[in-house]
Design a protein around this ligand. Structure first.
Ligand code: DGY
Length: 320
């Protein structure tokens, strides 16, 4: 009997995929920093029983229709806006993501990005390397305090809660906005619920950690930035399309807010001539929220476990 075929859309460490290789026919796209071309993905999907995909792969109707033998798509991310989950379900294809294992690591990055933006850490590094440092100076790269300030979290899932826990260590007041109220978070973390408008008006830092859905797409427009304090710092560690980037550029240029830290963009990679990259008070990262070695390894292991479970007719650990 032919072994089920598994296609992995990015080069991953061999040791991590060994458990799959022992049981199945496994093929992997051979590059780790270049996306698998669409036509290759479609062709592989045509014969695969399982796909291990990245958040940059579009798993849509066209692809799912191609996947005659497809039983499971395991996405190496907690977010799954790249997948047509409803259609996959209709076709009987299980979709799995990687929640929990990346919560603390992504919260570290979101908090770090907030600190880097507020305290101008990246600007400071550039300043020295560019030979600008002439002498100590009283207000050199003076930034904003984080401690005792108000943090507004938009999207209070487990990553939001993990950021709130960190904020407590910095004596911050924590506000949150979420589709549903989270009484456990209010009790455990002392986080206070606000409407989005209230949160925007009261917060010194607004950190977006919501999933990308029809509801959150384009949530941040000029009007939302206008409501924020002119000293406020905006952080997006969720998904780029939640924010209208032109409105964000305008908000920073016009002084509606003080700066932004962004791990995600509408188009990834962001183009080098994007106006966001010309602004000093913007810190940018290449979508590395969950990228610590330990966490990325755990995410891959979770994906391979999920694939194996589905192919053996068992319940995957983290199905959507
Ligand atoms: C996710 O898992 O959705 C994150 O964006 C990856 O960093």
């Amino acid at each position: 009997m032919m072994k089920p075929f598994i296609y992995i859309t990015r080069k991953l460490p061999e040791t991590l995929i060994q458990p799959l290789q022992d049981r199945y026919e496994v093929e992997m796209w051979d590059q780790d920093d270049v996306q698998v071309p669409r036509e290759v993905l479609l062709e592989k999907a045509g014969k695969a029983s399982a796909l291990l995909t990245m958040l940059s792969d579009r798993i849509d109707g066209e692809l799912l229709d191609q996947g005659e033998h497809l039983k499971v798509v395991a996405n190496l991310a907690v977010g799954f806006d790249n997948i047509d989950v409803a259609y996959a379900k209709e076709k009987g294809v299980a979709v799995c993501n990687t929640p929990d294992v990346l919560t603390e690591t992504t919260a570290d990055l979101a908090f770090g990005l907030m600190m880097a933006t507020a305290r101008r850490i990246v600007e400071g590094d550039r300043y020295i390397r560019e030979g600008e440092w002439k002498s100590w100076s009283p207000l050199l790269l003076a930034g904003a305090d984080i401690h005792h300030k108000t943090l507004g979290i938009v999207g209070m899932g487990s990553i939001g809660e993990a950021v709130a826990r960190r904020a407590k260590g910095f004596s911050m007041d924590v506000l949150y906005h979420n589709r549903n109220r989270r009484p456990e978070a209010e009790e455990a973390l002392g986080a206070a619920f606000r409407s989005l408008d209230e949160l925007l008006k009261e917060s010194d830092f607004v950190v977006v950690l919501a999933p990308l859905t029809e509801e959150t797409k384009g949530l941040f427009q000029k009007e939302q930035f206008d409501m924020m304090k002119d000293s406020a710092i905006f952080i997006n560690a969720a998904r780029g399309p939640i924010v209208d980037e032109d409105a964000l550029v305008e908000a920073i240029r016009e002084g509606m807010i003080a700066g932004a830290g962004l791990d995600v963009f509408t188009q990834e990679p962001i183009s080098m001539d994007h106006p966001l990259l010309s602004l000093d008070r913007v810190v940018v990262l290449p979508h590395i929220g969950s990228s610590s070695v330990d966490t990325r390894y755990d995410m891959v292991r979770l994906c391979t476990d999920n694939i194996q479970a589905v192919l053996e007719g068992k319940e995957p650990r983290t199905a959507l």
